[in-house]
Every structure is written in C-alpha cells, then in structure tokens.
Design a protein. Structure first.
Length: 94
C-alpha cells in the first residue's frame, strides 16, 4: 500500500477524506512511506521528505482546522515510520 493510500492524501498533494483504518494503524514503515522494505537509505529519506512536504504545518496553515488536524496526523504517521526505519537500520546495519 502506498503512503498516499494509507494516509488519505492523493499523489498530487491534496488531502482527501481521512480514513484511518486498522490496516493503516498497523502499516509497516515501508508501506507508509511507499517504498520497498529493501529501499536504500536515500530512497527512504526522499519518500519521507516528499510526504512531509505535503503535510508540513507551514503548508497547511491556510486550511481549515480539520484539514490542519489531518495534516498533523499524517506528519505523526510519517515521523513514526521514519523512527521505525531508523530503529531497524540501527539494529541491522548494512
């Protein structure tokens, strides 16, 4: 599942209706970021940066409070995915 599908954002950066599901809540870091489990560090970090560019508080400040809350949740999901990746990479360095 790609990041956009898991989080309720479209590939063009527009937020869609939030749909947090059990599957999304338990998605692996690579699914959240839309990369493969064997992605390189550069690929993982680029996917993270692209996702954060869409939901950064400065980017959504002009939107409604509901949309800002959705963007904040997406940022939390991305941050958790990156933290999971970094923890795994630290345990199993290449």
């Amino acid at each position: 599942m790609a990041y956009w599908q898991a989080t309720g954002w479209s590939a063009d950066g527009e937020a869609s209706t939030p749909h947090q599901t059990q599957e999304t809540a338990e998605a692996a870091w690579w699914e959240v970021l839309g990369v493969t489990e064997s992605a390189t560090d550069a690929e993982v970090r680029l996917a993270y940066k692209r996702g954060m560019a869409l939901c950064h508080p400065d980017r959504v400040a002009h939107l409604s409070a509901d949309m800002q809350a959705l963007a904040n949740r997406q940022a939390q999901i991305l941050n958790a995915a990156l933290a999971d990746y970094e923890a795994q990479a630290h345990k199993h360095p290449s």
